[in-house]
Design a protein around this ligand. Structure first.
Ligand code: WTA
Length: 651
C-alpha cells in the first residue's frame, strides 16, 4: 500500500449535497439515537433491529450467546432466508416489481418480477427436493451471475441446503478441492457462458474436476445457457429443464434455526489451502439488510447495480441477499466491463437508469485509463450514489469517479469489509459523513473496531498503524471455517487470547476517528480486489515438475492495486529452461492449478532464493527487488549474497 499512501495529496473534504442529506435513510438525528441505544443496551439495539428487519417464523428470545470465539445470534429463533427474499414481498404490491434485470454481454435484457423469481425458485426447489437432498447437505454452484444462479442460491436457502458458490473462473483443480472439502452432493453449472465475446466452457471444467475424483458428488445439474455442444454423462448429469416443476407448485420454505448455515464461501488465507468461511442464516441476513439501507441508502425506486460476481462475498451480500431481502431491483451483467467497448458500464447505467453503482477500484482505474471521452458519451444522470470495495482506492481514482462518473453529485461510499465479516463494517453513512478520499471513514453503528499493537493495546499515535481488530461480536460474523475449528481459532483469535477478531489488515485511525486501511499483515495479496494467498500460488508453482522452490510477493500496480512477482528456482536438470518461454508456460500452469486471477505478472529465475543462515527465505529482500527499491535493512544474515543480482532478471 506504500504507493497509495505516498500519493495521498488529496486533503479536500467532500460533503453530501443538501438534496442527498434530505432524503437519506439515516440522518444525524437517527444516527445519534442508534448510537445512544447501542451504548445503553447493545443487546436491545440488535434485538429491535432483528425484530423489525427480519420476518421470523418463530421469534427468538436470546440475542447474543456463547463464549468467545464461538458466538450465537438469535439462537432459538427460526426463519427462512428465501422467504425473506421472496415470499414476504409477493404478499405486497412488490409482487410485480422487477427483482432482477439481467443484461447479457450481447445486450439481451431479461427482467424478472418478484413473482416471476418466486415461481422460478419454487420450480427449481421442487427439482432439487426430488433429488432427495436433506437439510444442510452441501451444493456447489459453478455458474456466472445470471438469474438462474441466483435462483439456485435462493432454492438452496429455501430447502435449507448449504450452498457454496465457486467463482466460475476457478480451474478444475480448485473446484475439485472445494467440492471435496465440503463433501458436496450436487454441483450446478451451465454448459458455457460468454465473456469478452468468447465462450467459456464451464461444464468441461466441471467434468475435469469430477474426473479427478469427487466421490461425494451424486449429480451435476446443467442449465442450458448457450447452444454449445457438451459432453453429457447420463448416469450423473441432469438438465436443469428436466427437473424443474412447471406446475406452479409452491414449495414450503424449510423452517431453519437462526444459526443453521446458509453458505460456505472459500477464500484465500496465509496457507496453501483455501478456507471455507461459514455463515449463519439470521445474523448474516440482518447485517446485509442494515447495510443495504444505511450505506447504499436503498429506496423503493432504486436500481442497484453491484458489479461483483456471485462467486465473491460482495455478490452474496450486495447482489443477492441484502437487496432482495429489502425488495429492491438489482441489475446484473455477466459480460466483460470493456466489451464491446470501454464505455460498456456507462452505457448500461444510462440505458437502464441505474441509481446506485458499486464496483471495485481496479475496475475504476481500468476505465479511467481509457480516457474521459468514453464516459462523456453518456449522461450518467440517473446515478445518485457510488460505492467501492475490495481494496484501497487511491485519491486519483476517487476524484475521477467523483467527477467524471458521479458528476460531483453522488456521495462515494468506500466500504471496508471481508468474506469473514459478511457485510460492510467500516463505511461512510452517505447522508451524514463528510468524506476524505482514501478513507473508509468510521465503523457502522453496532460495530466496535480497534487499531492495536502486538500486545493488543490501542495505538494512540494517529500516524502510526496497527492491527485492525473487531472488538465485539456482530450478527453477520463468520461462524468458523468448514471442518477446521483449530484453524479458525489460530487465524482469527489466538494472538489476542480470543479477546478480538483479527482482520489480518493493518490500518491507522486519524484524529477524527477515520480509518485508513494500509494493507495486509499476513501472506495474503490483493490483486484487482481478489484475495490470493502467496502460499497458494507458491504451492501451485512447485507442483510443476521442473520447479524446486518458489516465493511469491506482491508489488504495487497502477491498475490492479497489487500484482504478483514469483521468484522461481528450477531443479538441477531443468535449469536451462529459465527464460521467457518457460515463464509463460508457468503462467499457464498456475492458470490450470488455480485460475487466471492468480497468474504471476512477473517471474524471475535464480539458482537459489535469498535465505538466512538458518534457511528462512528473506521475503523482505524479495519485496525490495519486486518493488524496484533499494535493498533495505541488514543483509549480513544473508547466506548467499550474490543471489540478489540474479533476481533482477524478470520475465
Ligand atoms: C481488502 C471483500 C481497503 C482488505 C469484501 C480485506 C479493502 C480484504 C476494502 C477482504 C476497502 C476490502 N479498502 N481494503 N474498502 N475492502 N478490502 O474477503 O484487505 O474478498 O481484508 O472481501 O480486502 O477481501 P474479501
Amino acid at each position: 500500500m506504500k504507493n497509495i499512501e505516498s500519493k495521498l495529496k488529496e486533503k479536500r473534504v467532500f460533503k453530501p449535497s443538501e438534496e442527498f442529506v434530505h432524503q437519506a435513510n439515516l440522518n444525524s438525528r437517527t444516527l445519534d439515537k442508534l448510537i445512544k441505544k447501542y451504548k445503553t443496551d447493545s443487546s436491545l439495539f440488535w434485538k429491535e433491529l432483528a425484530v423489525n428487519e427480519i420476518t421470523w417464523i418463530k421469534k427468538f428470545t436470546s440475542v447474543c450467546t456463547g463464549r468467545s470465539p464461538f458466538f450465537k445470534w438469535f439462537e432459538d429463533g427460526t426463519l427462512n432466508i428465501s422467504a425473506n427474499c421472496l415470499d414476504r414481498h409477493i404478499e405486497t404490491d412488490k409482487k410485480d416489481k422487477i427483482a432482477i434485470k439481467h443484461v447479457s454481454e450481447d445486450n439481451q435484457i431479461n427482467s424478472l418480477s418478484y413473482n416471476e423469481l418466486f415461481s422460478k425458485v419454487n420450480s427449481f426447489s421442487s427439482g432439487l427436493k426430488n433429488l432427495g437432498l436433506k437439510k444442510q447437505d452441501r451444493v456447489i454452484i459453478y455458474m456466472p451471475t445470471i438469474p438462474e444462479s441466483i435462483t439456485a442460491m435462493l432454492s438452496c436457502a429455501r430447502l435449507g441446503l448449504i450452498h457454496s458458490v465457486v467463482f466460475a473462473g476457478f480451474s478444475s483443480e480448485s473446484l475439485k478441492d472445494r467440492i471435496n472439502d465440503c463433501s458436496a452432493k450436487v454441483v450446478i453449472t451451465v454448459d458455457s457462458f460468454k465473456r469478452g465475446g468468447k465462450f467459456i466452457q464451464a461444464k468441461e471444467t466441471v467434468d475435469r474436476a469430477l474426473a479427478m475424483g469427487c466421490p461425494s458428488i451424486q449429480h451435476c445439474i446443467v442449465y442450458k445457457n448457450s447452444s454449445e455442444e457438451i459432453n453429457f454423462d447420463e448416469s450423473r448429469d441432469i438438465w436443469w429443464d428436466k427437473i424443474i416443476d412447471t406446475n406452479d407448485k409452491i414449495i414450503t420454505p424449510e423452517e431453519m434455526m437462526a444459526e443453521d448455515l446458509l453458505f460456505i464461501l472459500y477464500t484465500s488465507g496465509s496457507t496453501g489451502k483455501p478456507k471455507g468461511i461459514i455463515h449463519s442464516s439470521a445474523g448474516y441476513l440482518l447485517n446485509c439488510l442494515l447495510t443495504n439501507k444505511w450505506v447504499f441508502d436503498l429506496k423503493d425506486d432504486d436500481i442497484f447495480w453491484c458489479t461483483a460476481d456471485i462467486g465473491w462475498i460482495t455478490g452474496h451480500s450486495y447482489v443477492v441477499y441484502g437487496p432482495l431481502a429489502l425488495g429492491s431491483t438489482i441489475l446484473i451483467y455477466d459480460g466483460a466491463p470493456t466489451y464491446p467497448d470501454g464505455d460498456r458500464f456507462w452505457k448500461i447505467i444510462d440505458e437502464n437508469q441505474v441509481t446506485v453503482f458499486y464496483t471495485a477500484p481496479t475496475a475504476i482505474r481500468t476505465l479511467m485509463k481509457l480516457g474521459d471521452e468514453l464516459p462523456k458519451r453518456h449522461k450518467l444522470d440517473s446515478l445518485r450514489l457510488l460505492g467501492t470495495v475490495g481494496e484501497p482506492i487511491n485519491p486519483e481514482a476517487w476524484i475521477w469517479y467523483h467527477k467524471t462518473i458521479g458528476k460531483e453529485n453522488c456521495p462515494i461510499v468506500d466500504t471496508w469489509w471481508q468474506t469473514e465479516t459478511g457485510a460492510n463494517m467500516i463505511a461512510p453513512l452517505p447522508g451524514i459523513y463528510p468524506i476524505i478520499p482514501g478513507t473508509c471513514t468510521k465503523p457502522l453503528p453496532g460495530i466496535e473496531i480497534g487499531v492495536v499493537d502486538s500486545e493488543g493495546n490501542e495505538v494512540k499515535d494517529t500516524k502510526q498503524g496497527g492491527n485492525l481488530v473487531i472488538k465485539k461480536p456482530w450478527p453477520s460474523m463468520l461462524r468458523g471455517i468448514w471442518g477446521d475449528e483449530e484453524r479458525y481459532i489460530k487465524t482469527y483469535w489466538e494472538k489476542y487470547d480470543n479477546r478480538f477478531y483479527i482482520t489480518g489488515d493493518t490500518a491507522r485511525k486519524d484524529k477524527d476517528g477515520n480509518v485508513w486501511i494500509m494493507g495486509r499483515s499476513d501472506d495474503v495479496v490483493n490483486v484487482s480486489g481478489h484475495r490470493l494467498g502467496t502460499m497458494e500460488i507458491e504451492s501451485a508453482l512447485v507442483s510443476h515438475k521442473y520447479v524446486a522452490e518458489s516465493a511469491v510477493v506482491s508489488f504495487p500496480h497502477d491498475i490492479k492495486g497489487e500484482a504478483i512477482h514469483s521468484f522461481v528456482v528450477l531443479r538441477d536438470n531443468f535449469k536451462s529452461y529459465a527464460g521467457k518461454q518457460f515463464a509463460d508456460e508457468l503462467r499457464e500452469w498456475v492458470k490450470i492449478k488455480i485460475g487466471s486471477i492468480a497468474k504471476p505478472d512477473r517471474i524471475s529465475f535464480s539458482t537459489n532464493l535469498p535465505k538466512t543462515r538458518s534457511g528462512k527465505i528473506m521475503r523482505r529482500l524479495l519485496r525490495n527487488v519486486a518493488r524496484g527499491e533499494e535493498i533495505s535493512g541488514d543483509t549480513s544474515t544473508l547466506e548467499n549474497e550474490n543471489i540478489l543480482n540474479q533476481l533482477k532478471d524478470i520475465h
